[in-house]
Write a protein that binds this ligand. Structure first.
Ligand code: NAD
Ligand code: UFG
Length: 338
């Protein structure tokens, strides 16, 4: 019995592969390294002391995907992380995003159906809620208006999965809507290290603290929040990874169905909370300046994670301090060679 993980060399995928191997699952990883590095696979093996099969392949490659499923008759489920995820880039390159994320998912689903593997966990995002002006998002609110092609690919894939399930209810589909994953593996060997200037808050803070960037730009302090800066539900990537184990365990029991879960902590923190906590727990400085709002940003985005707790027995356990400590532990090793 093996779990096929697409995008398993990436940030969330690599942490999930570690947890799957630790729990005794056999894992097969497919990745084309468009946003990750081969070394990550060795790091996963070092951390876990376990080996796994790997295919360097693009999920858009129908023949290769068919070959992978033909060679591995023991695949029971797929966890589908592979996708492009940079919001700004998706605005500049919409066709590449639709092609990679949507066409790639269609190739994957067609290949799964051909081989009668009908169990999939899909990486969706809180971005599918859009701005609904509520303090916490529950799954039954449904999808709102997406503001960029990346978000639209997530909403479209959710719809494709729903249509697939309604056409054939032998499928077992679990859609996980992630909030804001940060943090890193305790070893400091796995984490998020985007190329160039980061778009997201924590990778930017890490580079400022390491002296790679001069200061953080805080995008607006005039939101209707406690300190005027945007508030998000930051979740430790290991808690997020563990959510996939709960999803797989639940799907093994239910055998079929379509479910949607938020993976977040339910506790929103502001940009300044993150900066202050990062400085305090790590004893470093994160200089910042307040700038204009970033177009498309919303004031607050926070999960109501109670459905995942009730139905999958999952709860995020790691606090903001630990997320900041683990992020810096990774950044120090990466940027300062410590
Ligand atoms: P990531 O870029 O680190 O990982 C994605 C992996 O998929 C990379 O290793 C990349 O090389 C691979 N990949 C991309 N296209 C591929 C293709 N066509 N064929 C094979 N491999 C391919 O991103 P991540 O942060 O680990 O995100 C994983 C998933 O979770 C993505 O689908 C992302 O959209 C989603 N997600 C991420 C966040 C976040 O904030 N990180 C939030 C919500 C949802
Ligand atoms: N922010 C700054 N300065 C920066 C970067 C971010 O002030 O340099 C602020 C933003 O304005 C926002 C908060 O920090 O208030 C978080 O911003 P991120 O870019 O880290 O995260 P977002 O919530 O904007 O978006 C992320 C992913 C999306 C995903 C969404 C929900 O980038 O892909 O979380 O999961 F859809």
């Amino acid at each position: 019995m093996s779990i096929l993980v697409t995008g398993g060399a990436g940030f969330i995928g690599s942490h999930t592969v570690v947890e799957l191997l630790d729990k005794g699952y056999d894992v097969i990883v497919v990745d084309n390294f468009v946003n990750s590095k081969p070394e990550t696979l060795d790091i996963i093996k070092d951390i876990t002391g376990k080996d796994f099969k790997f295919y360097e392949a693009d999920i858009l490659d129908k023949e290769k995907m068919d070959e992978i499923f033909t060679e591995n008759k023991d695949i029971t489920s797929v966890i589908h992380f592979a996708g492009l995820k940079a919001v700004g880039e998706s605005v500049e390159m919409p066709l590449e995003y639709y092609q990679n994320n949507i066409a790639g998912t269609l190739v994957l689903l067609n290949t799964m159906r051909k081989h009668n593997i009908k169990s999939i966990v899909f990486s969706s995002s809180a971005t599918v809620y859009g701005d609904q002006g509520v303090p916490k998002y529950t799954e039954d609110l449904g999808r709102g208006k997406t503001t960029n092609p990346y978000g639209t690919t997530k909403a479209m894939i959710e719809k494709i999965l729903e249509d697939l399930y309604f056409s054939d209810n032998q499928w077992n589909i679990c859609i996980l809507r992630y909030f804001n994953p940060i943090g890193a593996h305790k070893s400091g060997l796995l984490g998020e290290d985007p190329q160039g200037i980061p778009n997201n808050l924590m990778p930017y803070i890490m580079k400022v603290a390491a002296g790679e960037l001069d200061h953080l730009n805080v995008f607006g302090n005039d939101y209707d929040t406690k300190d005027g800066t945007g508030m998000r539900d930051y979740i430790h990537v290991v808690d997020l990874a563990l959510g996939h184990i709960n999803a797989i365990e639940k799907m093994e029991k239910t055998k079929k169905g379509l479910s949607v879960y938020n993976l977040g902590t339910g506790n929103p923190y502001s940009v300044l909370d993150l900066v202050n906590t990062f400085e305090k727990v790590n004893g470093v400085k994160v200089p910042y300046v307040i700038t204009d709002r970033r177009p498309g940003d919303i004031a607050v985005c926070c999960a109501d994670p109670s459905k995942a707790n009730k139905e999958m027995g999952w709860r995020a356990e790691r606090e903001l301090e630990e997320m900041c400590r683990d992020s810096w532990n990774f950044a120090e090793k990466r940027y300062k060679g410590m």
